[in-house]
Design a protein around this ligand. Structure first.
Ligand code: CAA
Length: 286
């Protein structure tokens, strides 16, 4: 496998933008792709804003900000990733969508390129099976907010080669991250633990055990969690939390993983958390 210089990040949302920012900050050239140019450009604009705040705080200088931004090129569609040495897919947590994207990535990227998914719960073996290079398909699960969180969870599909695994570990390390390795099992390690916790907080709210503030303060002051479970769910996105909960329930076949109705109803209402201005909390005007 040749040296990775150019990384195609597919999806310019919250996770894709974070991955692009960290990759560019650590010296990689990044093609930040989304369905249309305006979305890809908006993803880069958010990164520019965040880097601007770091300059204001004196954490980085103008030179670092500009060099990082210069390494990020917003592009339209998967076709634009044909020159990438690898792709990191960071689209929505939807099995059919990701299967289609992996088929297209396989058609477009050079035969030797590695294809990684930032999926939070979907089988890497299944995504690899959409391609003619399952040995070069791997899970690279970043945490939100990507620039702050140190972890990358690496998931090997059944056919993932030792070379792909070693390259991915070394790439994550170059990006300043620490890796854990998980078996290809629904939710892997982190979300197998986290989503039942967040979902249980939703049940607690649904059953009126306390207010959202009581529940979150309980976790913050009683358990020393940096954020309460409901505000963390709002940060992750309630649609993403629900999608993962549904994967855990369906694939593990145990009713203990069933999503709380209050979570499902928030998603049905379009109250998806911070990104829509309203979730368990109201962010409008904040
Ligand atoms: N993007 C980039 N940087 C951010 C950020 C963001 N969205 N939010 C905060 N930061 C930075 C701040 O700039 C600040 O940096 P400096 O210390 O260099 O100034 C630092 O993080 C701390 O921020 P704050 O002081 O504003 O706030 P805080 O101390 O409360 O920390 C937090 C914010 C880091 C988000 C913290 O609350 C936290 O760790 N929360 C838990 C996050 C978590 O559990 N993430 C995992 C989610 S699960 C997941 O991602 C997997 C999945 O598949 C669902």
């Amino acid at each position: 496998m040749s040296e990775i210089e150019t990384i195609g990040v597919l999806g310019a949302g919250q996770m894709g933008g974070g991955i692009a920012r960290v990759a560019a900050a650590t010296g990689f050239r990044v093609l930040l792709a989304d369905r249309d140019q305006a979305t890809a450009e908006a993803g880069k604009a958010k990164i520019a804003k965040a880097l601007g705040r770091l300059v204001e705080k004196g954490k980085i200088d103008d030179g670092v900000r500009n060099a990082t931004l210069d390494r990020i090129e917003p592009v339209t569609g998967i076709e634009a990733l044909s020159v990438a040495d690898m792709a990191i897919e960071a689209a929505s947590e939807n099995i059919d969508l990701k299967k289609t994207l992996f088929r297209r990535l396989d058609e477009v990227l050079p035969a030797g390129a590695l294809l990684a998914s930032n999926t939070s719960s979907i089988s890497i073996t299944l995504l690899g099976a959409q391609t003619n290079r399952p040995e070069r398909v791997i899970g690279m699960h970043f945490m939100n907010p990507v620039p702050v969180m140190k972890l990358v969870e690496v998931i090997r599909g059944l056919p993932t080669s030792d070379e792909t695994y070693a390259t991915t570990l070394s790439l994550a390390e170059k990006m300043g991250k620490t890796c854990i390795t998980s078996k290809d099992s629904p939710g892997f390690i982190v979300n197998r633990i986290l989503i039942p916790l967040l979902n249980e907080a939703c049940f607690a709210l649904q059953e009126g055990l306390g207010t959202a503030e009581d529940i979150d303060t309980g976790a913050k002051l009683g358990l020393n969690h940096p954020m309460g479970p409901l505000e963390l769910a709002d940060l992750i996105g309630l649609d993403t939390c629900l999608a993962i909960a549904d994967v855990l329930h369906r694939e593990l076949g145990d009713d203990k993983y069933r999503a709380a109705n209050i979570l499902r109803m928030h998603v049905a209402a379009g109250w998806l958390g911070r990104k829509t201005g309203r979730g368990f909390y109201d962010y409008r005007g904040r």
